[in-house]
Design a protein around this ligand. Structure first.
Ligand code: C5P
Length: 275
């Protein structure tokens, strides 16, 4: 049996550059894994089975865990029945990449269980067939991602590690819906390379171009952001396509105790190890 943690991610900045002919958006974003983890346990079994505890998730073949298993089988020809148990702590429809992270963790776990038939590079190239941000989760935890998000360039560990509070209201947001509400022409032309340099020098400027479309779909999210800012955080930014926010810095107490909330820090892994 192999038990692995599966981290959430934040987009410390997320800049949308253009809409592509295939309907996806060209982006430039600094992705960072955080210490908000699901746990996945994999073992060989007599027949395929997926079980879960914690936050409810679909257990049928629509789960990205199964899609990752099917892809691994197709690519490697290694077919053995599998028992997977997931302890789900990362909220769904939150913009935290929980499903994508589970898919990447599954590719990694299965590869180990099968005796490492695939190289890390192969796993990364397969990952983008499962979703735009799956490949990021095979990085070491901090990466500058471009294209649809699947072009992953590792960057150094950032020279600061703030306290993060993740807050998610009850309602979630659908990623395609948020992208559909985005008006690319209205976006301010910020330079993502300058933003990256600034983060690497320890001068972070957090932002997310998906905030405006998310606030158009659900105006209560804008009110929540303003409320959270009043608690004295350094920054409050929508996580990915939402609906959760990440709040940077120390606050006297966790606000909004009616909502999901979790404290976290940046997470990293060593080149050969997992999270
Ligand atoms: O690739 P993934 O399945 O995670 O993307 C989900 C949806 O998010 C896409 O169908 C698309 O509507 C939107 N998306 C986008 N541009 C990206 C990534 C995702 O428009 N770079």
């Amino acid at each position: 049996m192999i038990t692995l943690r599966s981290p959430a991610k934040l987009n410390l900045f997320l800049r949308i550059l253009s809409k592509r002919a295939d309907g996806y958006h060209e982006l430039a974003s600094l992705f960072q894994a955080i210490t908000l983890f699901d746990t996945l346990a994999f073992s060989k079994a007599d027949q395929d089975a997926l079980t879960s505890e914690g936050i409810p998730v679909p257990l049928n073949r629509s789960n990205l865990i199964w899609k990752a298993v099917d892809l691994f089988r197709k690519k490697t020809g290694r077919i053995f029945a599998l028992q997977v148990h997931v302890e789900k702590r990362i909220p769904l429809e939150a913009g935290l990449g929980g499903g994508s992270s589970n898919a990447a963790t599954t590719l990694w776990g299965l590869n180990n269980l099968a005796g490492s038939p695939a190289s890390p590079e192969e796993l990364r190239s397969w990952a983008s067939e499962l979703g735009s941000d799956v490949a990021f989760f095979l990085s070491q935890g901090t990466a500058y991602c471009t294209g649809k998000g699947e072009e992953v360039a590792e960057v150094d560990v950032l020279p600061f590690s703030p306290e993060i509070t993740v807050i998610k209201p009850h309602q979630g947001l659908s990623t395609p819906q948020v992208y559909a509400a985005l008006k690319v022409d209205d976006l301010e032309a910020k330079d993502p390379k300058a933003a990256l340099d600034s983060f690497l020098k320890g001068i972070p400027h957090y932002y997310n171009d998906l905030e405006e479309p998310a606030f158009t779909i659900d105006p209560s999210l804008k009110e929540l952001k303003e409320k959270l800012l009043k608690h004295g955080f350094e920054a409050v930014v929508l996580a990915g396509s939402g609906s959760s926010f990440f709040c940077v810095g120390e606050a006297p107490k966790i606000p909004c105790d009616r909502f999901f909330s979790a404290r976290a820090h940046f997470a990293h892994r060593s080149p050969d190890g997992w999270y």
